[in-house]
Design a protein around this ligand. Sequence first.
Ligand code: GAR
Length: 210
Amino acid sequence: SKSLVVLVSGNGSNLQAILDQIELGKINGKVSAVIANKESAYGLTRAKNANIPAIFIDHKGFDSRQEYDQKLMQTINQYQPDLIVLAGFMRILTPVFVEHYLGRMLNIHPSLLPKYKGLDTHQRAIDAKDKEHGASVHFVTPELDGGPVVLQSKVPIFAEQETDELAQRVQEQERKMYPLVINWFCTNRLKMVNNKAVLDDKELPEMGYA
Ligand code: GAR
C-alpha cells in the first residue's frame, strides 16, 4: 500500500473524503501526514481526529519561498511518501519543489481546466455565463494549474445561480473524483509520462478522462 502526504490550507473536505475512502478500503494507501500552511486549517483537526500527524508550517520564520519550500520538502520526506496530494493547498510552490515530486504530486482545481486557472473560479464561470463548470484533478508541473489533467467532472450552471451553491455542487463532485484518481495512482494504473497523464498504459486526452 502507498504512503500519501496531504497538503491543506483550509477546511479539508477533500482530505476527509480521502480518509473515509481509505477507511472503506477503497484506496490502496494510507495518509502518513497532513501538513498545512495555515494554523487554523480545519484539515489539521481532521488529521488529528484520525490519529495522523498534523503539522503546521508557518511561512513567517522564512525569508523566501525557496526556504519555505525547502522546509516543506524536508518535512514531507520524513514520511517517505509515494504521492503528494494537494487538497485545497492555497500556496504557490517553487519550481524546485515541483520538480522534486514530478509525477508524484496531484492537485484538485475547482474549474474545467484549462479554463479559470488561479482563484475565484466559481464566480468567474458565473460571470462568463458559462453553461457548465466543474473540477479537474491533474498532475502538478511547474506551470501553475497547467499540468496534465487526469479526470474532470462537470456540473451544469443554472440561470442566476449563486456562487456558494455552485461551489458546493462542484465540491460534492470533488469528493467523489479525488479518491478515485488517488486510488488509480496507488494501484499503479496512473502515471505521468512525457508530461502526459497515462491510465492503464493509454495516454489520456488533453482535457483528461471524463
Ligand atoms: C476545493 O474546492 C479545491 O478544489 C480548491 O479549494 C477547495 C478546498 O476545499 N482548491 C484550489 O482552489 C486550489 N487552487 P477543502 O479544503 O474542503 O478540500
